[in-house]
Write a protein that binds this ligand. Structure first.
Ligand SMILES: Nc1ccn([C@H]2C[C@H](O)[C@@H](COP(=O)(O)O)O2)c(=O)n1
Ligand SMILES: [Zn+2]
Length: 169
């Protein structure tokens, strides 16, 4: 077979790396000092239909609610923060998420797993599984398996994606 010599640029992002990079860029908006998570929902036509990152609900101040991980539950971030996956679903363009894939920086917790399943999303592509083994993630995996939602860990073709916002410096 003849090699293609069209002059096409090499080194462009694969679809998987592109959608995960969008999720990670979105994570850069997170105010969480310890874990920044982003998520990107993609439909079967490879169109992005929702993005989100972890943060407090609209109208709840990033400057007054706590970002702490420890202490009384009520004094930590955990009862307040909306996860990236939830926000990506809630931020999605009105329509149908049936058959979509969600790219997420971190494997979904059990609460987001329920949202993902109920939204009709059929594939979860994740980067980190740093909370594997917790009850929350074990429950997620259990639900995804039962509901037939495919999960795969992304092995990026490009380990680093550089975005330069300025021509100088
Ligand atoms: N799949 C996930 C898991 C967690 N998050 C959010 C919730 C918190 O803001 C943060 C985790 O904080 P940590 O316990 O690591 O200090 O990440 C999410 O959005 N999606
Ligand atoms: Zn979650």
């Amino acid at each position: 077979m003849q090699a293609a010599h069209s002059g096409k640029r090499s080194g462009y992002l694969s679809w998987d790396d592109y959608f995960m990079a969008v999720a990670l860029l979105s994570a850069q908006r997170s105010k969480d000092p310890s874990t920044q998570v982003g998520a990107c929902i993609v439909n079967s036509q490879k169109r992005i239909v929702g993005v989100g990152y972890n943060g407090f609900p609209t109208g709840c101040s990033d400057d007054t609610l706590p970002w702490s991980r420890e202490g009384d539950f009520i004094d930590t971030k955990y009862p307040y923060v909306c996860h990236a996956e939830l926000n990506a679903v809630l931020n999605s363009v009105p329509g149908n998420l049936t058959g979509c894939a969600i790219y997420t920086a971190l494997f979904p917790c059990n609460e987001c797993a329920k949202v993902i399943i109920q939204a009709g999303i059929r594939e979860v592509v994740y980067l980190s599984d740093k909370y594997a083994g917790t009850d929350s993630v074990r429950a997620s995996r259990h639900m995804f398996e039962q509901a037939g939602v495919a999960c795969r860990q992304l092995e990026p073709a490009n380990p680093v994606v550089t975005i330069r916002l300025s021509e100088n410096g």
